[in-house]
Structure formats: structure tokens, C-alpha cells
Design a protein around this ligand. Structure first.
Ligand SMILES: Cc1cc2nc3c(=O)[nH]c(=O)nc-3n(C[C@H](O)[C@H](O)[C@H](O)COP(=O)(O)O)c2cc1C
Length: 206
């Protein structure tokens, strides 16, 4: 079958838009930010990825709007204060991560509301999730405005440079991050997730 997104994203026999079920698995950027008045915010973003490694850079996409109007807190805050933190969500944290997606009034701190202890960062103001097995301290670079959706929804890609990396040494084995210890949670399509516990190795041809 062929889909033209400008016409219909779910022609028969599809019941739902398949796009997010085909870009899989997507790592979850669990993003903490702080507003100009000091309110902490934490929310998951699965349109998230690393985009360069020297210097390390990441992106996340706060699309649509906040229920109170205007941009989502993770966009408003990063544009106001210029910093964010990526917290890695592992298997032990998946339920708490989901709690932090709740649409709450702007000044509610999802980190403490979900029972997560904040930990201060070394180089940026937003706190990190203390129990996350890894966290990146990031400086905001720019927002790329993506095309507006047919529903009028605004889409934004936020780019940041990683200026500090925290790793819980319990996930390091023989000098490498051990995926079977890290157990990162990733997003699939629909309401599905996966947890990465297996891997294989393949050398490049040259
Ligand atoms: C696993 C997961 C992934 C999500 N990914 C995105 C995403 O990539 N972009 C987005 O705009 N919203 C995404 N959401 C929804 C936001 O987390 C939700 O709108 C949140 O309330 C935004 O919070 P904020 O206004 O505090 O930034 C996701 C939710 C979950 C549970």
C-alpha cells in the first residue's frame, strides 16, 4: 500500500495512523527544564534522539500546545532559560515516566509530584532525576519550526549541545555501558513500548 500523508494517514485496512509504529524503537527523552521563575518541569518526549557525537548534541520535539494555551512547558522553559536535561528512563522508572506526561497546570513540578527525587546538575540549572541511570546536561542551541499540521498543530524541533554526562557506574561493565544492566525503555507505535535487554555485535566492512 502507499500512503500520501497530505491525503489520508490511515487508508483501509489501517485503523490508526501507522507513522509512529514504523519509526521504532524511539528512545525517550525524559526532559527536565526550569522556568524563568524557577518552576521545575519534567516530561517525556519520544521524538528524541542524539544527532551528533563531537560535540554531543541531542534533539527533542515539543509538538502541539499546552492545555492552558501556548507552547508546552518543555519548549517555553528551554527558550526562556536556555538549558535542559535529558534523563534516561529505564525499566524500573517506566511507570513514573508515564506519570510525568500528565497535562498539569504550568507551575506543577512533575518530578516531585511523581515521587522522583531531584538532583542538582553541575553546569545547568534544571535538576536531573536522581535515580535515572544516565543524564545529559544540555545547553539550548535553537528551535527549528517544522511544518504546521493539517489540524493547525505547531511542531518544533529543539536542538541542544550536551555539556555534561552523568552515568551511574552500576551500569558499566568491562569499561562499557552494559545494555543488559541499563535496560532503557523505548517507544513503539500505538500505546506500545519495548525494553532493550538484548544486543548483537557487527563490525563495519572497513
Ligand atoms: C512516552 C511518551 C512520549 C511522548 N513523546 C512526545 C513527543 O515526542 N512530543 C510531544 O509533543 N509530546 C510527547 N508526549 C506527550 C508529552 O509528554 C505531554 O504532552 C506532556 O504533558 C508535555 O509536558 P510539558 O508541557 O510539561 O512539556 C509523550 C508522552 C509519552 C508518555
Amino acid at each position: 500500500m502507499f500512503i500520501d500523508p497530505a491525503i489520508n494517514m490511515k487508508p483501509e485496512p489501517l485503523l490508526y495512523n501507522p507513522f509512529k509504529a514504523l519509526v521504532v524503537p524511539r528512545p525517550i527523552g525524559w526532559i527536565s527544564t526550569i522556568s524563568s521563575t524557577g518552576a521545575v518541569n519534567l516530561a517525556p518526549y519520544s521524538f528524541f534522539n542524539g544527532v551528533a557525537d563531537d560535540p554531543p548534541c541531542v534533539m527533542y520535539c515539543p509538538n502541539g500546545s499546552h492545555p492552558e494555551g501556548g507552547p508546552k512547558d518543555s519548549l517555553r522553559n528551554v527558550e526562556e532559560t536556555g538549558e535542559f536535561v535529558f534523563n534516561l528512563c529505564n525499566w524500573d522508572l517506566h511507570k513514573k515516566m508515564n506519570l510525568t506526561a500528565e497535562h498539569l497546570p504550568r507551575n506543577v513540578d512533575e518530578m516531585t509530584k511523581s515521587g522522583l527525587e531531584p538532583m542538582s546538575c553541575n553546569k545547568v540549572k534544571p535538576p536531573r532525576v536522581a535515580v535515572a541511570p544516565a543524564a545529559f546536561e544540555c545547553r539550548y542551541l535553537e528551535t527549528v519550526k517544522l511544518p504546521i499540521g493539517r489540524s493547525g498543530r505547531e511542531n518544533n524541533l529543539v536542538l541542544g549541545e550536551v555539556v555534561g554526562i552523568h552515568i551511574d557506574e552500576s551500569v558499566i561493565n568491562d569499561g562499557m555501558v552494559d545494555i543488559s544492566l541499563l535496560k532503557p525503555v523505548a517507544r513503539l507505535g500505538y500505546m506500545d513500548y519495548t525494553v532493550v535487554t538484548e544486543s548483537f555485535t557487527m563490525e563495519r566492512p572497513d
